[in-house]
Ligand binder design. Structure first.
Ligand code: GDP
Length: 334
């Protein structure tokens, strides 16, 4: 059985990737940051499977900065593939906590690469990079050759990490790849990202649980895809004969207003009746014209995004409606 190690296994992408790899017959090890709150909800369905948990799915505790512990875990698991998904991934938050963002996202990646460089059997390595590395690009759509011009602390940290991955591939011969992912969403997306904030609000308002929704800038445009499809692209990247970087995107940009319209439409409401603008959610600077050209992924990985707006918004709102109904049923039965 092939063995994979995933940093950030409890996140949106980590949980979808784990499901995909378990389905493909892998043994999966995940690194989890120790905290007093157990945030493993996204993996719940796998924990409840007797044939999976502690048989083909194992969790290990370590902070990304704790090089000694990470090295010990890597030596113990002997992975064939290492998927590095962990990091502080909220662009807005990166303005408030730039040092933490750079410690985890930039230095965390370099520390992992350093550990790998010393191993006898070096696993194939995938780093999840981000469209934020392009910031305010000169060209649209962007591809793997577009120059990086990041404009947020998160984007700058990701640009560092991405270039380090390329350097370790080219200079030290590691099988190391960057998946340059544009925004990818799902019902498991963190609640502070705009799509999930909107899908939850549309669901709650339709159920009479909330009156309004406060947001920041509504004109920002993003290339939003569906997360389970993006982890499939990551897996495909590590099955290639040679390591390389790939843009993973839908190729279509939509504004926050487009997402609002699709989400509220899914529950028969007009977003204009509920949305307020709040300067708290405005950012000091923003990436613009971020839309990806995934032509190389189509040609080499035979991968293309399928789910786009309005379907993406609709499936997220439906999932939130179902979750909220289930929660209220559960509290009624107490
Ligand atoms: P990002 O592309 O990784 O920054 O993804 P986000 O989901 O955090 O933000 C996407 C876009 O939504 C950006 O242009 C934000 O400025 C905009 N936005 C507007 N209001 C909000 C809000 O309340 N929260 C977040 N997270 N983003 C918002």
């Amino acid at each position: 059985m092939p063995t994979a190690l995933i940093t950030g296994i409890t996140g949106q992408d980590g949980s979808y990737l784990t499901e995909l790899l378990i389905e493909k017959g892998y043994v999966v090890h995940g690194i989890v940051r120790r905290s007093s709150i157990t945030a493993r909800g996204r993996l719940d369905q796998l924990f409840h499977r007797d044939d999976v948990y502690n048989k083909r799915l194992f969790l290990h505790y370590a902070d990304l900065g704790d090089t000694t512990t990470i090295r010990r875990i890597v030596l113990k698991c002997v992975p064939d593939e290492l998927y590095h998904l962990a990091g502080q991934s909220h662009v807005g938050a990166s303005f408030d906590i730039p040092e933490t963002t750079c410690d985890f996202t930039a230095m965390g990646t370099l520390k992992l690469l350093e550990i790998l460089r010393d191993l006898d059997n070096i696993p194939k390595f995938l780093h999840i990079s981000s469209s934020e590395i392009f910031g305010r690009p000169d060209e649209s759509p962007q591809n793997e050759l577009t120059p990086m011009r990041p404009v947020t602390p998160y984007g700058i940290a990701k640009a560092f990490a991405t270039q380090m991955v390329t350097l370790y591939r080219e200079s030290f011969g590691l099988f190391a790849c960057n998946a340059i992912c544009y925004n990818h969403e799902s019902p498991r997306r963190g609640e502070s990202f705009v799509t999930r904030k909107i899908s939850r609000a549309a669901a709650a308002i339709s159920l009479g649980l909330q009156d309004s929704l406060s947001l920041g800038a509504l004109d920002g445009r993003r290339d939003w895809g569906y997360a389970p499809e993006y982890v499939d692209a990551m897996w495909r990247m590590l099955q290639q004969p040679e390591a390389d970087d790939f843009v993973i995107a839908t190729g279509t940009a939509h504004s926050v207003k487009d997402f609002l319209a699709a989400a509220f439409d899914a529950v028969g409401l007009q977003w204009q009746d509920y949305v307020k603008q709040d300067p708290r959610y405005m950012r000091p600077s923003e990436g613009t014209h971020l839309v990806g050209d995934a032509g190389k992924a189509a040609a080499k990985l035979h991968w293309a995004a399928e789910t786009q707006l309005p379907k993406l918004a609709e499936l997220m709102v439906q999932a939130d409606v179902a979750m909220m109904k289930a929660a209220s049923k559960a509290s009624d039965s107490l």
